[in-house]
Write a protein that binds this ligand. Structure first.
Ligand SMILES: Nc1ncnc2c1ncn2[C@@H]1O[C@H](COP(=O)(O)OP(=O)(O)O)[C@@H](O)[C@H]1O
Ligand SMILES: [Mg+2]
Length: 331
């Protein structure tokens, strides 16, 4: 079989990433650079500027790591959404330029689908229930009849954003999830914070507001971190458990930036065990945003005939994952 090489470009939020996937040798390169806000949250225009400055060297080192040249690449895959408009535009411009200059097909990739597919790829799971938790997303999904369907999601902010904002407001640092988790282990008291599950959906904004109010009242930061993590993660595990029983899947995979959380991994592992399901988490290097996942999802799409003309390759900041057809999955 001839080798097919796909280059993937990621720029939906804070990360500029370029990855190269080979159909015979797997992931050959996964170069990235993360924009870190000086103060406050992600500033889309500043992040976009970071991406446009870092992409040239990322492209060069990705090609060097993969030991290949652009003319050997079969297609250019790009995350067209969902994400922040100014950031998406930088990656899309680079992808269009490469496709035109080297006469390569352009493959549109949904960022959330890429997080799911790289999790299946890196854990070798066939048909898992997917828990996708990141700075921009919190949702539970699995494949049913041609698409990934949502079996629960946040009604407001994501779990990652809840902890990141808490960490920022309490000056624990960025990224927030690992900072809050460090103090989690030192907490001793479970404080009364709102546990909000509505049907299959969760809500984190009330939890965040309440935790910040208690912080201002002088409650111990260790107890706040412990309670915040305990409550936020338990809400997610509750809806994931119902989704597992309902969909009768036998595997659970955790993906997205927060998939590196050992605490969340353990909670999901224990829940999976009760139901005789296998649990695994995406490899840490593919948990946060990265170009390799775009290259791999791009390869799956390309080999299913999904390409887009350059003049139709608009960015899609609000592109939902259940809108995407998944022709590469047959069962
Ligand atoms: N070591 C870690 N353990 C758990 N969570 C982490 C870790 N490092 C970063 N995170 C969290 O991952 C989230 C970012 O996820 P990522 O998928 O990279 O971004 P996005 O949501 O913008 O696509 C943030 O909420 C951040 O706090
Ligand atoms: Mg992401």
């Amino acid at each position: 079989m001839n080798e097919i090489l796909v280059i993937g470009i990621e720029s939906t939020a804070h990360t500029a990433g370029i990855g190269i996937f080979s159909s015979t040798r797997g992931i050959l390169a996964n170069e990235k650079s993360e924009y870190k806000p000086i103060s406050g949250g992600i500033h889309p225009r500043e992040a976009a500027e970071h991406h446009s400055k870092t992409f040239p060297s990322l492209l060069k080192s990705a090609l060097e790591k993969a030991n290949c040249r652009m003319k050997e690449i079969a297609a250019v895959a790009v995350a067209l959404g969902p994400g922040m408009g100014p950031c998406l535009r930088i990656g899309a411009s680079l992808a269009r330029a490469l496709a035109l200059k080297y006469g390569k097909p352009l493959v549109p990739v949904n960022h959330a689908i890429a997080h799911i597919e790289i999790a299946r790829y890196s854990t070798r799971m066939e048909d898992p229930l997917v828990i996708y938790v990141a700075g921009g997303n919190t949702l539970i999904t699995t494949y049913v009849e041609g698409r990934y369907r949502i079996f629960g999601e946040t009604l407001d902010i994501s779990l990652g954003n809840c902890l990141d904002t808490f960490a920022r407001e309490t000056e624990l640092g960025f990224p927030g999830v690992p900072e809050v988790e460090k103090l989690y282990h030192k907490g001793t008291q479970l404080l009364d914070l709102p546990y909000i599950v509505k049907g299959q959906d969760v809500s984190y904004s009330g939890l965040l507001t309440h935790a910040l109010e208690l912080f201002k009242k002088g409650y111990a930061i260790e107890d706040l971190c412990y309670s915040l993590v305990e409550i936020a993660y338990s809400m997610l595990v509750e809806v994931a458990e119902r989704a597992l029983v309902h969909t009768k899947k036998k595997e659970i995979v955790l993906t997205g930036g927060v998939a590196r959380s050992k605490i969340l991994q353990k909670k999901l592992f224990l829940m999976a065990k009760i139901h005789n399901a296998r649990f695994s988490s995406v490899k840490p290097e593919y948990a946060g945003d990265n170009g390799a996942m775009i290259a791999y999802a791009g390869y799956l799409a390309l080999t299913s005939g999904i390409v887009i003309p350059v003049d139709k390759s608009f960015i899609k900041p609000l592109w939902r994952l259940e809108q995407v057809e998944i022709p590469w999955r047959k069962f």
